[in-house]
Design a protein around this ligand. Structure first.
Ligand code: MN
Length: 440
């Protein structure tokens, strides 16, 4: 299922929320992404909200507006589900409910509709929570450029393992340490062993890294034993967000064989508060191609919409702000830009593969795309790649150098779908800060 364009995608639409009409806004009326929020410091329950310009539409306040509108009955039910303290129930409700709510919001927020500032909370006055109760979290490895570059560092003679072009590689992560933008966490402790060390040592990681990823929130999902077909998979995708899979490379190098990443990944994962729906991204679908020299996908990973529009054209960016930059009032510096269109596997293929053995996905489950490095060196989505395995320091605009992250470093992921003549569909930011290790 890929969405056809409808009146909510009309590029000419503007809103009575003036800030939404700024072409540089991540959140024009054509976007309408979901989050869970409350007024900062209020202690009020968290509830669902939708971004419009620099404001949040309070889904709990929408009921009174939609109550007298029989044409928006489905949207009213969806808004009630979205007004809870997590979005799981709305995610479970499926695409018809999501689309109805999007249409109602679009009509309510248009410039020719009566202004209702009483429905809004300024984003600057809001605080956000992880938008769903995430039962399970799986991280994939869908950039062949990242897999090849990292493979070269870990296994110079054997960079890309033979399964890569046949099977979407992934591992089961932890949901317990996923945090929303603004997350702070301590440098993890663990075992490491350098290439020339006889024995491992215990201590703080010295090779801390980020991973520039897209997060995928699951919608209705499937019962155990009932796989989701690739052709139906997008009906089970609520939307996409930004995801930073923080990684301790020295822990990873020592522990990853034979069962994959473990403590090198599960101490922290940061996501953006906003989830952009696949319907909002419909104008930014892009064709997916597999090199003729590569294996074509097995039948269960192939589907009619794959080659015409299986991918997403989403620009991704990673920025770094060191503690010194913050003290000097300097803005974060861009380290790399990439695009989700380079992914070797599509979102639908990830869901189809994940469930083909009978594994159940549930509403609110989160999938990570894997580090989205592109084909160019400047499109590398991790420091491991940008510093050539810690050998080539990066010089920041203020003269500081980095091979891996230092205490106090703040990493900011950004994303947007943008094209001339089309509204910008932005993702906001996923920002996280590395603190000094616990003293032991
Ligand atoms: Mn990852």
């Amino acid at each position: 299922m890929t969405h056809t364009l409808n009146e909510t995608h009309d590029a000419a639409l503007t809103s009575w929320v003036e800030s939404a009409n700024d072409p540089q806004s991540d959140f024009p009326i054509q976007n309408l992404p979901f989050a869970v929020f409350r007024r900062a410091g209020s202690g009020a329950p968290f509830r669902g909200g939708v971004a419009i310009g620099d404001q949040v539409v309070d889904l709990a306040a929408l009921d009174a507006v939609l109550a007298g509108r029989p044409d928006h009955a489905v949207a009213r039910q969806a808004a009630a589900l979205g007004a809870r303290d997590s979005l799981n129930a709305l995610m479970a409700a499926g695409p018809a409910a999501w689309s109805a709510l999007r249409l109602a919001l679009s009509r309510l927020l248009r410039a020719d509709a009566p202004a209702r500032p009483d429905l809004l909370v300024a984003q600057a006055d809001a605080e956000f929570a992880v938008p769903a109760t995430i039962g399970d979290y799986t991280d994939f490895y869908t950039s062949i450029h990242h897999a090849t570059a990292v493979g070269k560092l870990f296994r110079p003679d054997n960079p890309l393992l033979p399964n890569y072009k046949w099977v979407p590689i992934g591992y089961h992560g932890r949901s317990s340490t996923i945090g929303v933008s603004g997350q702070e966490f301590r440098r993890p402790l663990g075992q490491t062993r350098g290439a020339t060390d006889a024995e491992p040592v215990f201590g703080a990681s010295k090779r801390m890294d980020f991973e520039l990823e897209v997060g995928i929130f699951v919608g209705p999902g499937n019962a155990p034993g009932e796989p989701i077909a690739a052709a139906d998979a997008e009906a089970h995708v609520f939307g996409l967000c930004l995801l930073n899979d923080w990684s301790a490379r020295d822990l990873q190098a020592w522990e990853y064989q034979p069962l994959g990443p473990f403590l090198s990944k599960n101490f922290a994962t940061t996501i953006s508060p906003w989830i952009v729906t696949t319907e909002a991204l419909a104008p930014y679908r892009t064709g997916w191609r597999r090199d003729a020299a590569d294996p074509q996908p097995l039948p269960y990973l192939d589907y009619p919409a794959l080659r015409g529009g299986g991918g997403f054209d989403i620009e991704l960016e990673v920025q770094l702000q060191t503690a010194a930059m913050r003290q000097a009032g300097q803005a974060p510096a861009t380290l790399a830009t990439s695009n989700f269109r380079h992914s070797y596997w599509t979102v639908a293929q990830l869901l189809a593969h994940h469930t083909v053995n009978g594994c159940a996905l549930r509403p609110g489950d989160l999938l990570g795309s894997g580090t989205q490095s592109g084909p160019e060196a400047a499109q590398a989505g991790s420091l491991l790649e940008l510093s050539a395995g810690g050998k080539q320091p990066l010089t920041l605009p203020n003269g500081e150098q980095r091979v891996f992250l230092e205490d106090g470093d703040r990493v900011v992921l950004r994303g947007r779908a943008a094209r001339p003549g089309l509204p910008r569909i932005g993702f906001g930011a996923a920002s996280g800060t590395l603190l000094a290790a616990d003293k032991r």
